[in-house]
Each structure stands twice: as structure tokens, then as C-alpha cells.
Ligand binder design. Structure first.
Ligand SMILES: NC(=O)c1ccc[n+]([C@@H]2O[C@H](COP(=O)([O-])OP(=O)(O)OC[C@H]3O[C@@H](n4cnc5c(N)ncnc54)[C@H](OP(=O)(O)O)[C@@H]3O)[C@@H](O)[C@H]2O)c1
Length: 167
């Protein structure tokens, strides 16, 4: 399993259940990485999408109220989710938000992190992987400018992955 996220300088990822900025180059990157794959998200992130489910991807939603989202496959626990994705977790991208990143981070092999060179007023956050012993930055792009924002695309790898088979 992998994850994908865009963070600002303070590791903020969202505010009022929305994204911090509209950055077309990052949206393209997200699309490129997740197209044709399975995406996992919490119900708040799912509801934040203007158009849902996201097309051409299998949308999986974690929620305690599956009856509210009959159009997608829902899971009421991470254990139930792991049972479903077991054996094909290479093609799964965790897409947030904060609560879901925190729960699934130990099971992710790679983190695709877009760094936005700005500080926003955020109320949802992602951990700084550089401060965690088992995560190592293995790639970082040149600076890209998009919609007035300077961003870089980094890849981090987890050296101590927990297996979804163990659950
Ligand atoms: N910058 C980025 O890349 C990025 C990406 C994604 C999201 N975001 C932002 O992140 C914010 C949303 O994050 P969030 O942490 O508030 O919400 P979230 O993680 O998207 O969703 C939280 C909800 O997910 C469900 N949930 C989580 N873990 C569960 C579990 N183990 N079992 C069953 N249900 C579970 C619960 O839903 P129920 O209440 O339905 O039970 C919970 O209320 C928004 O601002 C969004 O825009 C940013």
C-alpha cells in the first residue's frame, strides 16, 4: 500500500474539510499516480470531493455509517479493509485525511508527498516523515510552479513496513 498527500511548510493538509490550495500540477500528479488504482479514504475526505466517487478508480471509504455511502464500498474498520485488499495492496493508494493517514501509515511502503512552499491556516495535518526513524526520503523533484505556488514532489520509503497479512 502507498499513500499520497500534499503538505504545506507546517505539514498542514486541509482546512474546514477542504484542501489548502488549488494547485493544478499537483492535481495532475494525483491523477497520474492513482488512475486505474484503488483509493482508500475517510468519509470526510470522500465527502470533500466535488465529484464522487472519483472516476476510473476503485473508491474505498472508511466509515462507521456505510448506509450513507451506498454508491461505494465501505469498511467499518481497518481490519475489514485489510481483509479486502490483502494480496493486492501494491495497487492501493491511501488518500487521507489526517485520521486515515495516521492509522494506515505503518502499512504503507511509499509516501508520495507534494511539498507546498507556503504556510496556510490549516486544521488537518500529516506527520513530518523526516522526523520518523523508519521513513527515508528517496526522491525529490525540481521545483515546479503552478497557480502561483512553488511545489516539489518527494517520495519517502518505509524501512519497517507492517504487513496487512498480519492483521
Ligand atoms: N492535502 C491532501 O493531500 C489531503 C488529502 C486528503 C484529505 N485532505 C484534507 O483532510 C481533511 C479531512 O481529514 P480528517 O482527518 O478530518 O477526516 P478523514 O480522515 O478524511 O475522515 C474521517 C472519518 O473517516 C471515518 N474513519 C476513519 N477511520 C475509521 C476507521 N478505522 N473505521 C471506520 N471509520 C473510520 C470516520 O467516518 P464516520 O464519521 O463516517 O464514521 C471519520 O469521521 C480535509 O480538510 C481534507 O481536505 C487533504
Amino acid at each position: 500500500m502507498n499513500l499520497i498527500v500534499a503538505v504545506d511548510k507546517g505539514f498542514g493538509i486541509g482546512k474546514d474539510n477542504g484542501l489548502l490550495a488549488r494547485i493544478p500540477a499537483d492535481m495532475e500528479y494525483f491523477k497520474e499516480k492513482t488512475m486505474g488504482k484503488t483509493i482508500v479514504m475517510g468519509s470526510s475526505t470522500y465527502m470533500s470531493f466535488p465529484k464522487r466517487p472519483l472516476p476510473n478508480r476503485e473508491n474505498l471509504v472508511l466509515t462507521s455509517k456505510p448506509e450513507n455511502y451506498p454508491e461505494v464500498k465501505c469498511f467499518t474498520s481497518t481490519g475489514e479493509l485489510f481483509e479486502f485488499i490483502r494480496g493486492r495492496d501494491d495497487d492501493v493508494f491511501v488518500c487521507g485525511g489526517s485520521t486515515v493517514y495516521l492509522q494506515l501509515l505503518p502499512y504503507c511502503e511509499k509516501a508520495y508527498v507534494t511539498h507546498i512552499d507556503e504556510t496556510f491556516d490549516a486544521d488537518a495535518f500529516f506527520p513530518n516523515l523526516s522526523e520518523l526513524d523508519n521513513w527515508e526520503k528517496t526522491e525529490e523533484s525540481e521545483v515546479v510552479e503552478s497557480n502561483g505556488y512553488r511545489i516539489t514532489f518527494a517520495v519517502y520509503e518505509n524501512n519497517d513496513i507492517k504487513s496487512v497479512q498480519d492483521i
